[in-house]
Design a protein around this ligand. Sequence first.
Ligand code: R5P
Length: 298
Amino acid sequence: MATTLLCFDDEQAPAQRLQHALQERAGQVVELGVVERHRFPDGELKLRLPAPLHDRVVVFRGLHQPNEKLVELLLVARTARQLGAHHLSLVAPYLAYMRQDIAFRPGEAVSQRVVGGFLADLFDAVVTVDPHLHRVATLQEAVPVPQAVVVSGAAVLADWVAQRRPGALLMGPDEEAAQWVAQAAARHGNPSAVCRKVRHGDKSVEIALPPVQWSGQQVVILDDVASTGHTVAQATRLLLAAGVASVDVAVTHALFAGDAIEVMRQAGVGEVWSTDCIPHSSNVAAIAPVLAKALQAL
Ligand code: R5P
């Protein structure tokens, strides 16, 4: 069945990579359409979809810097339905607002539930990469769509690390990273370890290293996301104090807010690697083939 793959002008390159991966995998016709965007002087948006659409429509939108993109998705999804889309999927390599999954204080918005419900009203399927699910077990609990699909960047990062730091110890900076570290370590037989972390604030974390013979080890910190870089920085300081030979970093989502790269470098991090889920100079591992495989299975 032919598919229309919709994207925005700022994401044509990753959408094209997905188009090629889909065509290679499934040999199916995938037409790429760029949504036209006009901004009125008052800041409102006018969007125009390429018509006609195929029955099956995939919207590609990475949800880093998400606020305005959520309005775009509302306009695109409702319009795609009006134009005849029967099956509408969202491919969001990074899915925003997943970290606020409970109200820590009375009155706080549980953003995960609100944004997840919003997306579920618009789409039949949502495909994303390593979403930050902490207190919920599945993506479908957070985004209750009929098809909620999670893929991982751990394998492609593991392949990169295997070339650049063969045999390195893969370390998760907190318990949540255990799942990605386990996958990556199993792929090439690396040793692995996971820390305990307590967060005291946006830029303040306390980390306890597990009891490992650290001296002389090459360590790669592996995580779903680095944002302020303080988790990685604190883990790096502890590792270097414990006598490791080197610390490099591999993350699925290169959020790297503000001076994050500088914060990590100052702490002693060597190389910083990421998948191309979020465009960044650290991107080394392509996620399009992984996304294409998931879309083919829908
Ligand atoms: C949270 O548990 C995530 O897996 C990351 O460890 C966290 O989001 C990193 O945040 P930051 O870089 O701001 O410390």
